[in-house]
Design a protein around this ligand. Sequence first.
Ligand code: DOR
Ligand code: ZN
Length: 341
Amino acid sequence: MQLKLRKPDDWHVHLRDGDALATTVPDCAQSFARAIVMPNLKPPVASLDAARAYRDRILAAVPEGMAFEPLMTLYLTPDLAIEAVREGKASGLIQGVKLYPQGATTNSEAGVASLEGVMPVLEAMAEVGLPLLVHGEVTDRDIDIFDREAIFLERTLGPLMNRLPQLRVILEHITTADSVNFVKAHPSMGATITAHHLIYSRNDMLAGGIRPHLYCLPILKRASHRGALIEAATSGDPQFFLGTDSAPHAIGDKESDCGCAGCYTAPHALSLYASVFDRAGRLDQFEAFASLNGARFYGLPVNTQTVTLIKQPMLIPETRPLGSQQVRLLGAGETLDWSLA
Ligand code: DOR
Ligand code: ZN
């Protein structure tokens, strides 16, 4: 059995920088024609010059004969210039601005603690039609980590959508039924869904032993939420699209006293997602989720290249190099039903 589809795009990926690009860029480009590249480097990608230079470093890592288009984002710091938003949009360099609530995740220290100070920037984005990409979690230490996404909708995103209903917002890597319903209730919104949140729930991470390679943010939730995500992703609803949130950390940084958040899925993401759609009996909706819905939301043309997936067992490799270190693939050593031809 084969599945031929338009080459997908990854609407949320972490390529990192430096010598990591030698692995992350080819791994991403093999399966995806384009990718929305997250700006949470150190220092963050918070100016047009930084975005241009980062784009050049990514392009330099694209293997000969492969086509890949990195779609750049700006990191929303409290002092991001309105001019960067206007020029970034007008020049076509910038496809979105990423909101990290300060302290929410990897390299989010430069993020915003309150939206009040960045309202002029958000208003300019609404005016020029530049999407806001949101890491949707509150960061208060007294809010339970499993509730942080749902409380963010209530406290932060709901009021923002009321204030700026024309702002295009993508709620990234959604993990709850609450988010599915919230997005559906707001026509100006879209949402990305990762493979790991479609495949695993918190029991997989915590029951019978702690599995640091399943630790990501937002954290895996209970199985009923995973069911809601599968339903949304496989429904064909154009508001939901593929975003791997592939986020490599060296093995030692994950298997640690204080392990980093992130799952590395770029090399086998299409096989992971296809297995989910197959098990749900919804392979007919896979192309919409992977190759059509995101392009439509971003107002970009769909890809003309194609990829073919074959229903043939694929053993997930253990590791990939990450600079001088190694990163472990999500599900390493397990077998998937679908392979990339
Ligand atoms: O698991 C995650 N890893 N979630 C994020 O929000 C950031 C990412 C990273 O950059 O490591
Ligand atoms: Zn991410």
